[in-house]
Design a binder for this molecule. Structure first.
Ligand code: OGA
Ligand code: MN
Length: 302
């Protein structure tokens, strides 16, 4: 007799009772398979609510990871699209997060590649320094060290809600200048010439914006901010520092301990993230895809 197996249904639960609206754990979906529109809609709704979604046991080939990400919008190739740097992957939209060189060996401590790895350990939202706004980033864990190398996310909507009124008034209506170089310069990687700086001009973004999927306000400061409108450079940098200190209090932070096959997606418009320290001589291979806001990609193509 034929027994009909009901389709697995997707469930999303908060990762912890401590923050019911931040970070969901998703079950009942196979990410390596093409997704039904209803599943994509459920994931989008989960992203709108939780800002970060965690999927366990979802090993993906390179092509599967690209196909999966395309369900959520046009893909961005990150800094590489401007630098034209070579990739070790089959798809140029796969962004290399980790310490592996083109030849497959672990990068040497002094390798220039590690600047990007280390800059990722400062609180940021991906690619806010480019004029095309990005939406989701999605990381797939292929090789992870036994210890360290966790990733943390913080909830910028809760951070706005709890920001003291006086600070809300101070930041509302201001913009911050986001630069691709600021986090690197902070780490002592400051030998950029005028041509390089001109290739990635800074971009102004509101310090407070409304998250389209939830209608909630977001406190949008990060390590990419090098200047605040209407303030001197030092005043603005101190303000950004104070806002980051507020937004990254432990009560707003989720720390993810990676296992091979984990897949985590986050909304760059509502969260910050950072990697945590690890022994750089130990192999770590995480691969990211990032989507652009659909409207922005269409406007850029027109
Ligand atoms: C990223 C990122 C942090 C990490 O993938 O965009 O910042 O822990 N990753 O590797
Ligand atoms: Mn990042």
């Amino acid at each position: 007799m034929d027994v009909k197996v009901p389709p697995m249904s997707i469930t999303i639960q908060p990762v912890s009772a401590q923050h019911p609206d931040f970070v969901g754990v998703v079950q009942g979906v196979q990410l390596a398979q093409p997704l039904e529109p209803s599943v994509v809609a459920a994931i989008d709704a989960g992203m709108d609510h939780y800002g970060v979604l965690v999927f366990r046991d979802q090993p993906l080939t390179q092509s599967e990871q690209i196909a999966l990400a395309r369900h959520f919008g046009p893909l961005d190739a990150g800094l590489r699209k401007a630098t034209g740097a070579p990739t070790r992957f089959q798809h140029e939209e796969l962004i290399d997060i980790g310490n592996v060189k083109l030849d497959g060996a672990v990068a040497d401590r002094s390798d220039q590649k590690l600047i990007g790895v280390l800059a990722n350990q400062l609180w940021h939202s991906d690619s806010t320094f480019q004029d095309l706004p990005v939406k989701y980033s999605m990381l797939s864990a292929v090789v992870v060290p036994d210890s360290g190398a966790d990733t943390e996310w913080c909830d910028l909507r809760a951070a706005w809600d709890d920001l003291p009124r006086e600070l809300q008034t101070l930041v509302e209506g201001r913009t911050a200048q986001h630069s691709a170089f600021h986090s690197r310069i902070l780490l002592g990687d400051d030998k950029y010439d005028a041509a390089q700086l001109e290739r990635f001009p800074p971009v102004d973004r509101a310090l407070v914006h409304v998250h389209p999927g939830s209608g909630r306000k977001v406190l949008f400061a990060s390590v990419h901010c090098q200047q605040v409108s209407g303030m001197t450079v030092p005043e603005g940098r101190l303000l950004v520092q104070e806002l980051l200190e507020h937004a990254t209090q432990r009560k707003y932070v989720y720390r993810h301990q990676w296992q091979v096959g984990d897949y985590v997606m986050w909304d760059n418009r509502a969260t910050l993230h950072r990697g945590r320290r690890y022994d750089l001589s130990v192999r770590r291979d995480l691969r990211r895809t990032t989507t652009l806001e659909r409207w922005a990609a269409q406007a850029a193509a027109a």
